[in-house]
Design a protein around this ligand. Sequence first.
Ligand SMILES: [Zn+2]
Length: 330
Amino acid sequence: MPPRVLLHTIVFLFLIGALLARPVVTLLARSGAAYGALSRRNRASVTIVSRRAIVIRQRRRATPVGTLLPTPKAVDQAPTVTTTILPPLPSEPTPPTSTSTPSRSAFRDPVPILTYHYIRPHPGSDDPLGQRLSVDPATFQAQMDWLAQHGFTPITLSELAALRAGLIPAPPHPIVLTFDDGYRDFYQNAFPILRAHGFHATVFVITGFVGQERYLTWDMIRELDRSGLVEIGAHTVHHLDLTTLAHPESEIRDCKDALERALGHPVTAFAYPAGKFDARVETAVREAGFRQAVTTQPRWATSGDDPLALPRLRVTGDLTLAQFAALLTE
Ligand SMILES: [Zn+2]
């Protein structure tokens, strides 16, 4: 082949090759671009997925902070609720949580336990005993105001036991107010004053007398119990001197059973009628399931006292406010 023809052939083949190569290069370029785009999209979606995962993980990690919420289920179902509930008002005290371990040591200071009977206007001088057992509502109001002004925190007998056991934190100056015999004037005269102060109290009910004239009705007893302010305690069925009975068990147990049937929860506080008790009676009270019992021994209750023989200070009707204050000054 002459050199000229060979040159033309080479040029021709080069041109043909160039023409054919262009679509291939374009195709390759497009494929590459498409791959690049695809991989970018994949990377982006991976990023989005992982960001979402992080967000989810962060939310999951954040939810345990919501220990104030009622149930973990509620946290999962409505996480936005956490934002509305979690930030506590600055003025509110931090509520105790189950996970917190505050310094709750058993409370060892002496605590006064007061005994009241009637909260009513004084009866006539022909009823000296009734007069001694009756605190005038205005006097009672002044005594409760005095307690509030002097920083006392009235608690129930069960709360005192929990305090002694270190189960609840100690409030300032705890005091226990008890009301014997379950008189109706507690509901009419004392309870409104206690409720206005937010004070707690323990009322000892004689179940055989419930509903009689001057005594609480079952409806009143249930209402007091539901208030969350009043603990209902037992004071036997007929208010007899238990030390004189051959079998005091039924007076103790039947009273507890009747109260628990009416209230639907355990009753653990007991008051010996007229403060009369001995080792046999105390054993019967313990075996019936009572955890605290009060007597009439006149002194402050200490942490070393037998919980089934707690002393009490009687508030008599003739007590002046100064004498009441002196009772509560060690
Ligand atoms: Zn009594």
